[in-house]
Design a protein around this ligand. Structure first.
Ligand code: SAM
Length: 291
């Protein structure tokens, strides 16, 4: 069996190509880099490097999984988001580049506040939204909620890695439910990238490996938005904003659903592909638990 970087990469690329992996060279290289604990640049500059036998056997296990559309990020355990590296596991959605549009909208709002602010991240998953905001805004504190205990453990690990754990509170439950027990907290900003695929819709083969509760939401994909719209006003300051990610073609439906629940759409932002991805909303009713 081949044992230097050049030959191993060639065989790996051919294997992935035969299984119709979209970016065989890219994936072969990133996986080898992760297995060997070497930078991609090092592997490219030193194709003569020896690949140790134990790395080789892990590498071929990973390649076989990758050839069956298992996400690369679950193999390497990492995903870049807003310039930082996040730990990911099969318990969490892999952070997507389009979610950076949502983070930017949050940052633009937070910079208008000239005081220490608080943010609530609903459906935090890996924690990528809340933790990016904490890293970018030094006087911010955050509360992050998720129904998944395993996801919260990943978010906690990321909060330690990014030195933000002292400003992040993690709560298990649905949308804002854990905040409704015995407290009257008000956040300056609530943000969410909820699951938004309709239960009957088909998804890319890689997405089938991501947690169902992070991807699917009822018959029309709007189930968690509905819950957020009906419950979030009572934990938001009267001047607060709700910033939501929208799935492809969903922005209008979400805005309408929001309006029915007393939310006024202030802004809609496209992602880099020009898809309406982010809604900024303000609650126009009087703040209170019965809104
Ligand atoms: C689309 S993922 C987003 C994860 C992360 N915020 C991101 O942007 O990558 C949605 C997350 O919401 C969680 N979730 C699903 N339903 C929920 C609910 N009713 N309340 C709170 N979290 C929920 C899932 O477990 C998942 O972690």
């Amino acid at each position: 069996m081949a044992a230097n970087v050049r030959d191993v990469l060639r065989e790996a690329e051919e294997h992935l190509d035969r299984h119709n992996t979209k970016m065989p060279r890219h994936d072969a290289l990133l996986l080898l880099s992760a297995v060997m604990g070497q930078r991609v640049e090092t592997l490219l500059a030193h194709p003569e490097l020896h690949v140790p036998t134990h790395d080789l056997s892990t590498y071929w296990e990973w390649l076989q999984k990758r050839a069956r559309n298992y996400p690369l990020q679950y193999l390497t355990g990492r995903q870049e988001f807003f310039g930082r590296s996040f730990v990911v596991s099969p318990s969490v959605l892999i952070p997507r580049p389009e979610t950076e549009t949502v983070v930017q909208a949050c940052l633009d709002f937070l910079t208008t506040l000239e005081r220490p602010a608080t943010v609530l991240d609903i459906g935090t998953g890996s924690g990528c939204i809340a933790l990016t905001l904490l890293c970018e805004v030094s006087n911010l504190t955050a509360c992050a909620v998720d129904t998944s205990r395993e996801a919260l453990q990943v978010a906690m690990q990321n909060s330690h890695n990014l030195n933000c754990s002292d400003r992040l509170e993690l709560l298990q439950g649905s949308t804002v439910d854990p905040l409704l027990i015995g407290t009257s907290r008000r956040f300056d900003l609530a943000v969410s990238n909820p699951p938004y695929v309709a239960r009957a819709d088909s998804v890319e083969p890689e997405v089938e490996h991501e947690p169902g509760q992070a991807v699917f939401a009822g018959q029309d994909g709007l189930q968690v938005y509905s819950e957020i719209f009906s419950k979030t006003a009572c934990v938001l300051a009267s001047t607060g904003r709700l910033i939501l990610e929208a799935g492809f073609g969903q922005a209008e439906k979400i805005a309408r659903l929001g309006k029915e629940n007393g939310w006024h759409e202030m802004e809609r932002r496209p992602d880099l592909a020009g898809i309406d991805r982010c809604l900024v909303l303000h609650h126009i009713g009087t703040a209170g638990p019965t809104q």
